[in-house]
Design a protein around this ligand. Structure first.
Ligand code: DCP
Length: 239
């Protein structure tokens, strides 16, 4: 009764519309992002109606245009020639992928990777490997912030970081044997691992679990617009 009393006169009060949450699933090559997302999509019936899965647009990278170019393959075959072109196309296909899922109504959207890991992990790695030169990384950096800020759908509410050792990822990659990835070395995976760690893990001493992104180096690098209310969850994935 007292609740009824309290509610009297509030019927004109509008509750804020529920915003759909978007989380990006991050982690090294072969850590198990796709498997993780497929499990949620296919095996958890209760979640199926609640969660929309947006897989990484890898199929778009393997089959470009009427000529069916495989740009992922071209990148690994001639990284110095194609690193910039590939990362540029990765970005564009993420925009396309986000658009395709933008009108969904399920309350939670889980996306495989993000433009932020593209920039913080892969673009940094290919630059360090000298596969992207100073001019190319400078071009990438110069359009990244303005373009991302004009596309708010690309900015998630949080990240889920699937974390495993580079050795584990390497073993899984060997079992999977994606034809384009024949030349991916354990050293390259170690570099990608370090970049994930320094991007998504807080500085020494902070505890794991749920973290506010304001603790993360991500802001220092200017890779996320300010004000984003995101969080990072970890899942240890060596088993
Ligand atoms: N890739 C890249 N640059 C990016 C994004 C991806 O070079 N900005 C490459 C790395 C891989 C391939 O694309 O060769 C797909 O990588 P992911 O790690 O995103 O996907 P996986 O299928 O390996 O992940 P998982 O096995 O965890 O599902």
């Amino acid at each position: 009764e007292s609740v009824d009393e309290e509610l009297k006169g509030t019927d004109t009060l509008k509750l804020p519309e529920k915003k759909r949450l978007t989380f990006c699933v991050e982690g090294n090559i072969s850590v198990g992002k796709t498997t993780f997302l497929q499990r949620i999509a296919n095996e958890t019936i209760e979640l199926r109606d609640l969660v929309e899965i947006v897989p990484e647009p890898i199929a778009k990278w393997q089959d470009v245009g009427p000529e069916h170019f495989n740009i992922l393959d071209a990148f690994y075959a001639e990284p110095q020639r194609y690193a910039y072109t590939f990362q540029n196309y990765v970005f564009v296909t993420r925009v396309m992928q986000e658009r395709e899922s933008a009108s969904g109504i399920k309350p939670l959207r889980l996306m495989e990777r993000s433009v932020f890991s593209d920039r913080m992990v892969f673009v940094r790695a290919v630059h360090e490997a000298k596969w992207m030169n100073e001019m190319e990384i400078s071009i990438y950096d110069s359009w990244f912030d303005p373009v991302v800020s004009s596309l708010p759908g690309l900015i998630p509410d949080g990240f889920i970081y699937l974390r495993a050792s580079p050795d584990t990822c390497h073993k899984r990659m060997m079992v999977r044997k994606r034809s384009e990835e024949g030349g991916v070395t354990l050293d390259y995976l170690r570099g990608l691992h370090e970049k994930h760690e320094s991007w998504l893990l807080p500085s020494k001493g902070a505890c794991s679990g749920l973290l506010s992104v304001s603790q993360l180096p991500v802001h220092i690098e200017g890779s996320l617009p300010a004000g984003i209310r995101d969080q990072v969850f970890y899942l240890e994935g060596d088993h």
